[in-house]
Design a protein around this ligand. Structure first.
Ligand code: G7M
Length: 321
């Protein structure tokens, strides 16, 4: 668009619908190469029976890799096909109660798979089940401990720059505002399979490249934050029919990636990382900066950190834990 803002072409096709979902399977079936065929397992890093998810460390083509396998929710739109097209094996029956093993057609039984390869040691640690501690970070300890650490040790931001420069995920972009100061890109977080709204999970990446996290924000960033809130909620309403009152819009502190980004979740979806010790609502952040332009420079912030995270050691060494 001439004013530098606008929806990307094809945005209308991103609405969730049965037809689109089926044609996706038909278009791509049989065309995929199984890059995991030669995966060799080293260890299970973590798993959750409740979330039906497993995190695995291993090797792919001789390189370190992390693979995440996750069973996805059963959407209402597939029920009819699932009941008609599945094999059913009886397990037990007692009075009015009976249980079965249902084997649906392969395309209704997908496992969401995320691969990080080559994975760094830091990635392996990120996905490993660990004890956590709550760290108290004053404005001063941010400057003297956290900032030097993240300047040395952070994950690469290449994936973020690829999105901003349209070198990756360009066809997944839902909305973009090209303004260099207040602009951003809105797209699905790669955790979301986009098949149902119950676990809606979008990500807004700001165009400015120098804002690492919440800590760098001051009142000068209010136009940016308000722009993201206003346009992000408007686009989500238009595409998915979800009003702002049904969304959780927030920052992580600490984030995993030090390029400012904002999470948009369905409010009912209790996603890891959305609890009080890590999530900061965008609307609260805006209010705080209105009442104190330097709020995030000076405030003590608390955040959870894993037992063997190097940053925790730095706080211990400085006798701040
Ligand atoms: O606040 P934090 O830094 O933890 O959040 C980063 C978010 O980025 C997470 O929710 C990730 O799932 C998401 N994410 C990470 N990577 C590497 C990608 C990616 O390559 N593409 C997309 N779309 N989301 C990602």
């Amino acid at each position: 668009m001439a004013d530098g803002t606008g929806e990307t072409k094809g945005g209308e096709d991103k609405s969730l619908g049965l037809k689109k979902r089926r044609s996706f399977h038909i278009d791509h079936e049989d065309t995929k190469e199984n890059v995991l065929a030669d995966f060799s397992l080293s260890s299970v890093l973590n798993y959750s029976v409740r979330d039906k998810r497993i995190f695995i460390h291993g090797k792919l083509d001789g390189q370190e890799a992390v693979v995440i396998l996750e069973k996805t929710p059963i959407g209402e739109d597939i029920l009819e096909e699932m009941f008609r097209g599945s094999k059913l094996e009886a397990e037990m029956s007692n009075d009015i109660y009976s249980t079965y093993k249902l084997q649906p057609p392969a395309h209704l039984n997908e496992i969401k798979t995320t691969v990080v390869c080559p994975a760094t040691e830091k990635h392996v640690k990120k996905y490993q089940r660990q004890e956590r501690h709550l760290v108290k970070e004053t404005g001063e300890s941010y400057s003297s401990i956290t900032l030097p650490y993240i300047e040395q040790q952070s994950f690469s931001l290449q994936w973020v720059y690829n999105i901003l420069e349209k070198k990756a995920e360009a066809d997944r972009i839902l909305f973009e505002d090209l303004d260099q100061e207040v602009g951003f890109v809105l797209l699905p977080d790669f955790k979301w399979d986009q098949k149902q709204l119950d676990d809606l999970f979008l990500l807004a990446l700001v165009r400015q490249r120098k804002i690492k996290s919440l800590r760098d924000l001051n009142a000068d960033h209010l136009p940016l934050l308000r722009n993201i809130y206003e346009k992000g909620t408007e686009v989500i309403m238009r595409h998915y029919g979800l009003p702002a009152s049904k969304l959780r819009i927030y920052f992580h502190y600490q984030p995993s990636y030090y390029h400012l980004h904002i999470h948009f979740n369905a409010l009912n979806y209790e996603v890891p990382g959305s609890s009080v010790e890590r999530a900061h609502l965008l609307l609260d952040v805006i209010e705080n900066l209105v009442s104190d332009p330097q709020y995030y420079k000076t405030r003590t912030l608390y955040f959870p950190i894993s037992e063997d995270d190097g940053l925790l050691n730095r706080f211990k060494e400085a006798r701040k834990l």
